[in-house]
Design a protein around this ligand. Structure first.
Ligand SMILES: Nc1nc2c(c(=O)[nH]1)N[C@H]1C(S)=C(S)[C@@H](COP(=O)(O)O)O[C@H]1N2
Ligand SMILES: [Mo]
Length: 168
C-alpha cells in the first residue's frame, strides 16, 4: 500500500544521503552504495491491517554500517522518501542489528512497487515504518511525526504491543 504513485528512478539518478544531526554528512551514488558491506536477513514482517508475512529474505546494507560512517548526534530518525512520504523512528529502534536499507527481496532486485531501488526495512515495527523509495534516513535531535503518524498512526508502532494508533 502506498500514499502516492510508485516511483521509478533510474539507478544513475538515484540519490541517497544522510544529513541532519550527524557529525559527517555523506551521500552515495548507486555504485557507491552497492560497494558497502552487505547483509542478507530472514525476518517476519507485520502489516498494521493485521497480516504478517513470515520468513521473508532481504539483502542490503545495515543501518549500523551507515550510522558508523556519519556518527549521528540525534535520538530520532525521520525517513525522507522520493515522492514525499516520511516516517519517524527512534534511533535506538534502527540500530543494533534491527534495520537495513534493502535493495533485494528474495535474491532479486527490489520491485519499484515495493520500494525499489531501495527501501528502509524495520521488521520489528509495523510495516508503514519501512519507508519505500528512501532517499535520506535523517537523524534529528527531536521527534518529528511522519506521514501516517500525523494522521493518527502510533508514533512507534510496535506490533507486539499492537501500537496501531495514537493512544494504543
Ligand atoms: N515511500 C513510501 N513508503 C511506504 C509507504 C508509502 O506510501 N510510501 N507505505 C507504507 C505502508 S503503510 C506499508 S503497509 C508498506 C507497504 O509495503 P509494500 O508495498 O512493499 O507491501 O510500505 C510503507 N512504506
Ligand atoms: Mo500500511
Amino acid at each position: 500500500m502506498s500514499a502516492g504513485p510508485t516511483r521509478r528512478t533510474p539507478l544513475d539518478r538515484w540519490t541517497f544521503s544522510i544529513e541532519g544531526a550527524v557529525h559527517q554528512p555523506l551521500s552515495w551514488t548507486w555504485d557507491e552504495f552497492r560497494a558497502l558491506p552487505r547483509a542478507t536477513v530472514s525476518v517476519d514482517i507485520h502489516c498494521v491491517t493485521k497480516w504478517s508475512k513470515l520468513d521473508t529474505s532481504w539483502t542490503g546494507v545495515s543501518i549500523d554500517t551507515l550510522l558508523d560512517l556519519v556518527t549521528p548526534r540525534g535520538t530520532f530518525v525521520l525517513a525522507l522518501c522520493d515522492g514525499g512520504y516520511t516516517t519517524n523512528v527512534p534511533l535506538d529502534d534502527i540500530r543494533g542489528g534491527k534495520a537495513w536499507i534493502v535493495d533485494e527481496y528474495e535474491g532479486e532486485p527490489l520491485d519499484p512497487e515495493h520500494g525499489g531501488p531501495a527501501r528502509l526495512l524495520v521488521p520489528h515495527l509495523y510495516f508503514w515504518k519501512s519507508a519505500k523509495w528512501i532517499e535520506s534516513p535523517t537523524p534529528l535531535d527531536r521527534d518529528e511525526p511522519g506521514f501516517w503518524e500525523v494522521r493518527g498512526y502510533h508514533d512507534r508502532g510496535d506490533p507486539w504491543r499492537e501500537q496501531r494508533y495514537q493512544g494504543d
